[in-house]
Design a protein around this ligand. Sequence first.
Ligand SMILES: [Zn+2]
Ligand SMILES: [Zn+2]
Length: 201
Amino acid sequence: MSDKFFGFLCIKYFDPTMIFELIPLNMADADVIINNVKELLTKAFNATVKILKLAKVPSDFKNVYRDQYNAALLLRWIRNLRTEDGTIVLGIADVDAYVDGLNFVFGIASDVDNAALVFLPRLRFLADADKFMDRIKKEVVHEVGHVFGLKHCNNVLCVMYFSNSIYDTDRKNFKFCSRCYSNLIKQGYYVNSSYVINDNI
Ligand SMILES: [Zn+2]
Ligand SMILES: [Zn+2]
């Protein structure tokens, strides 16, 4: 492959508008996690990542009877924290959250609002630092997949598989199956090959 051809591929897939605004929420020690997520988004999606300052989620969104935050309301709130138009807002929140009909959620996303949230407390279950980070990575890629329009996938190893419990998260990969990957590519998204399962479907 000539350099010229390779250059063309880079230009074709590089989307200068792919900017994430990463917001740590209610986190005690945000630096390590936020820097890891930044690195992940940069590598996986060729994105530019802007880290916003630590914020606190409004206590109004807490359901006192459940002692959990309403994820849908948080998502509506966080989309307004973006500092420039056209960015993707991603909140990493150290609060437990739910949506109606589910006991809890690991994350939530909207492709219409270009916004997503990942909730940390349930990802800590019986995890050392490495496992915790691994789970965060999977949930971040999963929610970004939703922002890019992907639905849940029935391949248990694909990152887009719905995690009903932490065991589903542990079993699945942080990578997209080839079907989800080709769906993203068709839409013009860049995904680094190290975030794709080599399953040759
Ligand atoms: Zn999902
Ligand atoms: Zn898939």
